[in-house]
Design a protein around this ligand. Structure first.
Ligand code: HEC
Length: 159
């Protein structure tokens, strides 16, 4: 019994010692300077906040054609991963996600002629999924804001 209480007392002393040291070295200023971590840490807070929604849309809709990797299917579905066409114009990418696209386009040197129908109904959703794409699938290419797509018109849907 005496041994156990001795051990307990020394444990208590060690704990006291450690907490007092830890507390002393961490001032309030240092604590507020701690930066957010994670894959989106460098993005503005409002862009970070839309990532879960963007991920949900990507994984439920876009993967069917553009594939989970974002690599697409050559000459059928263009890539969203490291895609020169996408990166050349982020606002255009938002507009295409919103209104669809029926063009002859060249993406990373391959030609695509199939139609993509509109994928989402709101600019918020289109911006969220494009921001997810820009920061996943091997991409690390910044972001697009709702303000930047203000001029994009939501075309009437085909019935
Ligand atoms: C049913 C298949 C299909 C689905 C689902 C689909 N796309 Fe597409 N996507 C295409 C096709 C086909 C093209 C090429 C359109 C063209 O040639 O005009 C394309 C082109 C694009 C482009 C422009 C080309 C590029 O590589 O940058 C973007 C951006 C894009 N899609 C984003 C999305 C996003 C985001 C989603 C999910 C919300 C999505 N797509 C869902 C088939 C699809």
């Amino acid at each position: 019994m005496r041994k156990i209480s001795l051990i307990l007392i020394s444990l208590f002393a060690i704990t006291l010692f450690m907490t007092s040291c830890g507390g002393g070295s961490q001032s309030a200023g240092e604590q507020t300077a701690v930066k957010a971590t994670g894959p989106y840490a460098d993005l503005p807070a409002d862009v970070q906040a839309m990532m879960p929604r963007g991920e949900e849309i990507f994984k439920t809709k876009c993967v069917v054609c553009h594939q989970a990797t974002g690599l697409g299917i050559e000459n059928v579905f263009p890539p969203l991963s490291k895609a020169d066409y996408l990166l050349a114009d982020k606002v255009r990418a938002v507009a295409q996600t919103l209104n669809g696209s029926k063009l002859d386009m060249t993406v990373n040197g391959k030609v695509y002629t199939q139609e993509m129908v509109p994928q989402v109904d709101t600019k918020e959703d289109a911006v969220a999924v494009i921001n997810y794409v820009l920061n996943n699938l091997g991409n690390k290419d910044g972001f697009v804001t709702l303000a930047e797509v203000q001029g994009v018109e939501i075309k009437p849907r085909k019935k």
